[in-house]
Ligand binder design. Structure first.
Ligand SMILES: Nc1ncnc2c1ncn2[C@@H]1O[C@H](COP(=O)(O)OP(=O)(O)OP(=O)(O)O)[C@@H](O)[C@H]1O
Ligand SMILES: Cc1ncsc1CCO
Ligand SMILES: [Mg+2]
Length: 266
């Protein structure tokens, strides 16, 4: 399995897939840089006259609801509709799900276009299945394991691969799941690490559209291993971010296979 994950990471480097992102103002630059460092080709586009054409030429779409406004919500609707129609993989990052009724309403609409993967933190995944109303904002107040049942329900209800990130990442598809226990607590001190995880998931799905479960696992393993290596070199959140980008660019097969910690599965 570990070798298969590396093959997907290598395929991103070899194929440089075009990944179309409609994401939030906070992370747009980091996300584009992370995709480039991983070998993918990012584009950010949300203008109504072009958004569907951009989906048509991209290999995957990533939708992140971090900083919503009405114009962008329409862009997201147009883009996801097109991805669904063309059967292109698309990843939903439900940032702040449960925090406000508006976010919940937008998420409900987006879910009708059947995301391939939903990647969020535990609080967000729990909010999506309405088992909790305690989302504080964009940061999780729960451990990923607490959201396992919610993640399984969400996957069953939507057909999507569900990834719950945190100290342990859980990647769920219908009645199977895997856990990954790489990464470092400092990663939660850099804004948009989760958004980067969702974008890299898009890149991995772009090169492995037939198997989004393994593609998501590859993306999260890449995040975790790179975060771990970066944390060893960093002095704090600022330098973590720099080392993380360098790490995505430099990561070798040997280091990846040596570090990746695939855990519990069913
Ligand atoms: N305590 C931790 N230990 C190890 N890795 C962690 C830890 N917390 C987060 N991570 C890693 O950081 C990345 C982002 O996950 P996180 O759950 O923090 O996303 P998020 O809450 O959506 O973040 P954001 O909203 O800031 O983008 C994942 O790769 C995850 O594995
Ligand atoms: C801090 C923040 N607020 C809206 S989006 C975002 C980036 C992390 O999700
Ligand atoms: Mg997030």
């Amino acid at each position: 399995m570990q070798e298969r994950l590396w093959d997907i990471i290598s395929a991103v480097r070899a194929q440089a897939p075009l990944v179309h992102n409609i994401t939030n103002y906070v992370v747009m630059n980091n996300t584009a840089n992370a995709l480039l460092a991983a070998g993918a080709s990012p584009v950010m586009a949300h203008a109504h006259p072009e958004v569907q054409d951009m989906v048509s030429i991209a290999s995957a779409l990533v939708i992140n609801i971090g900083t919503l406004d009405e114009y962008w919500v329409e862009s997201m609707g147009l883009a996801t509709q097109q991805a669904h129609a063309l059967q292109k993989p698309w990843v939903l990052d439900p940032v702040g799900a449960g925090a406000t009724p508006y976010r919940n309403q937008v998420l409900e609409e987006l879910l009708t276009y059947k995301p391939t993967v939903i990647r969020g933190n535990a609080s967000e995944i729990m909010a999506l299945v309405k088992t909790s109303s305690k989302t504080k904002g964009v940061d999780s107040t729960h451990q990923s394991q607490e959201a396992l049942t919610a993640g399984q329900e969400l996957s069953a209800a939507t057909g999507a691969v569900v990834c719950i990130s945190g100290a342990t990442d859980l990647i769920i598809h219908q009645n199977q799941y895997h856990s990954l226990s790489n990464g470092h607590p400092l990663m939660a001190k850099v804004t948009g690490m989760g958004c980067t995880a969702s974008a890299l998931t898009g890149a991995c799905c772009a090169v492995q559209p037939e198997d989004p479960f393994t593609a998501t696992l590859a993306a999260m393993a890449l995040m975790g291993v790179t975060g771990e290596v970066a944390a060893e070199q960093a002095n704090g959140p600022g330098t973590l971010q720099l080392h993380f980008l360098d790490g995505l660019h430099q990561l070798s097969k040997e280091a990846f296979l040596k570090r990746v910690k695939l855990g519990e599965s069913s």
